[in-house]
Design a protein around this ligand. Structure first.
Ligand code: F6P
Length: 456
């Protein structure tokens, strides 16, 4: 390998630059050139092929900062259509034009789908990323549990689980870079909302990202919300009303964290109010927290608020807030920087070792801690070739208490116990109120990198 390409595809995460950095660092040691392709797969399809050499003379360009969120080479939700020969031929021709001997795609499940056909023309490896933490398997063979009802052409449905509990050692890709920082952001927001809910005796419903996976909602447990609702377990309005009434009665405020993809008992996604899809075919969620507020406004007895809200204006005791895209942005915390740089480096090693259509993974065991391995991308596919987002396994969540289970706590601890570094804290102390910010304009990485962009 003398020259490899790297691209970032799909929704961004705070750890993308760190992954790129890890890859370039490893490539420098192996005397491999790394070319950054601009805006994900869109750059590979662009006839002008915008690209940046990330390590001229095998030293990293100064713009590539592993502590900065986002991606200096840009990302897009443009995916290679594996059914389009035109797409594939163009991508293959362009990779040859850039003299690439291999390609690292930093992304999630949509990125793997684009990478698979490309891997037939060029060695390709995926370095995982997604704040949703849904890329991987709870245990080997989990993908085979998906079924398609006999004779039907319809969508695949989850069949019976082979395991009712988890061994943390078996989880394939324990956590994806970006997840820890997203949880860090959520925890701070929930903590802040708690004290305001307490002061005004209100019920706060906080919506977090994650699509159909409830990992970010689970991680929010560090902020001690009273109730956690995850997409994997349908919300029973009666159970929720009982639980909220009980807690409000005891402490005159309630904090509920809800994953954006949460479902009702009828299987309908409460937040997907209108069936909107992004270009990658993903549902866009618009209001899970609002739906929960609406549900509780109807079901809670007004008597519950008699004492606390007496002489208050007519405003509702309930309110909803979305953490939103702050989960995806900003400085990555130490855990993400560590996992991301190592996975980037591992991806380079995999290419050099001759792997293709392979995913670099983060594994955990109580004896060894975190290690970096890999898995063939096809092992994530079900029998029909589909990749499903990894769901929170039932043993990580206590559906009766609507809370994290004790195994859920064991799952989170290795990631978060030392996830924040001293430098993360020092960064806040030094940078947040830096007087220079008042007088200097924001210097965008997009302008800095523009000077280095080359075209063919
Ligand atoms: O997959 C990452 C993610 O941040 C999801 O958690 C969320 O639903 C989605 O992307 C939001 O996408 P967009 O930025 O396109 O609205």
């Amino acid at each position: 390998m003398r020259r490899i390409g790297i691209l970032t595809a799909g929704g961004d995460t705070p750890a993308l630059n760190a992954t790129i950095y890890g890859a370039v660092q490893r490539a420098n040691a192996l005397k491999i050139e790394v070319v950054g392709l601009l805006r994900g797969y869109a750059g590979l399809l662009d006839p002008r092929l915008p690209h940046v050499l990330l390590n001229p003379l095998y030293s990293i360009i100064p713009e590539l900062d592993p502590c900065k969120g986002g991606t200096l080479i840009g990302s897009s939700r443009t995916y290679l259509d594996h059914n389009s020969t035109e797409h594939l031929q163009t991508a293959g021709r362009h990779a040859a034009k850039l003299q690439l001997d291999g390609l690292i795609c930093i992304g999630g499940d949509g990125t793997i789908n684009g990478m698979q056909p490309l891997a037939e023309m060029l060695p390709c490896v995926l370095a995982p990323k997604t704040i949703d933490n849904d890329l991987g398997l709870n245990y080997p063979g989990e993908a085979d549990e998906w079924q398609r009802p006999a004779g039907a052409d319809g969508p695949t449905v989850r069949g019976v689980r082979n395991r009712d509990t988890l061994r943390l050692e078996d989880i394939i890709n324990y956590a994806t870079p970006g997840f820890a920082t997203a949880v860090f952001v959520v925890v701070q927001m929930v903590e802040r909302l708690r004290t305001t809910a307490e002061s005004h005796h209100r019920i706060a419903v906080v919506e977090v990202m994650g699509r159909q996976s409830g990992y970010i909602a689970l991680g929010a447990a560090y902020a001690q919300p009273d109730i956690i609702l995850i997409p994997e377990v349908p919300v029973d309005p009666q159970q929720l009303t009982r639980q909220v009434s009980l807690i409000y009665d005891q402490q005159q405020n309630v904090v509920i964290v809800v994953g954006e993809g949460v479902q009702g008992l009828d299987g309908r996604e409460l937040g997907a109010t209108s069936p909107a899809f992004d270009p990658a075919g993903n549902v866009k969620y618009s209001g899970a927290a609002d739906a929960i507020v609406g549900m509780l406004e109807k079901s809670l007895s007004p008597d519950l608020f008699l004492e606390t809200r007496r002489f208050e204006s007519d405003s509702s005791p309930l309110f909803s807030r979305k953490v939103g895209h702050t989960q995806r942005g900003g400085r990555p915390i130490l855990f993400d920087r560590f996992a991301a740089t190592q996975l980037g480096g591992k991806a380079v090693e995999l290419l050099v070792a001759g792997y293709s259509n392979e995913i670099a993974t983060l594994q955990y065991s109580t004896t060894e801690g975190f290690t970096f391995r890999s898995i063939a991308a096809n092992r994530l596919r079900d029998r029909w070739g589909e990749i499903h987002p990894r769901e929170v396994h039932p043993s990580l969540y206590d559906a009766g208490r609507m809370q994290l289970s004790s195994l859920g706590m064991e799952y989170l601890k290795p990631i978060f116990t030392r996830a924040v570094g001293a430098d993360d804290v020092e960064y806040i102390r030094r940078e947040v109120f830096d007087a220079g910010c008042l007088s200097n304009r924001y210097q965008s990485i997009n302008s800095d990198i523009r000077r280095r962009i080359r075209y063919v």
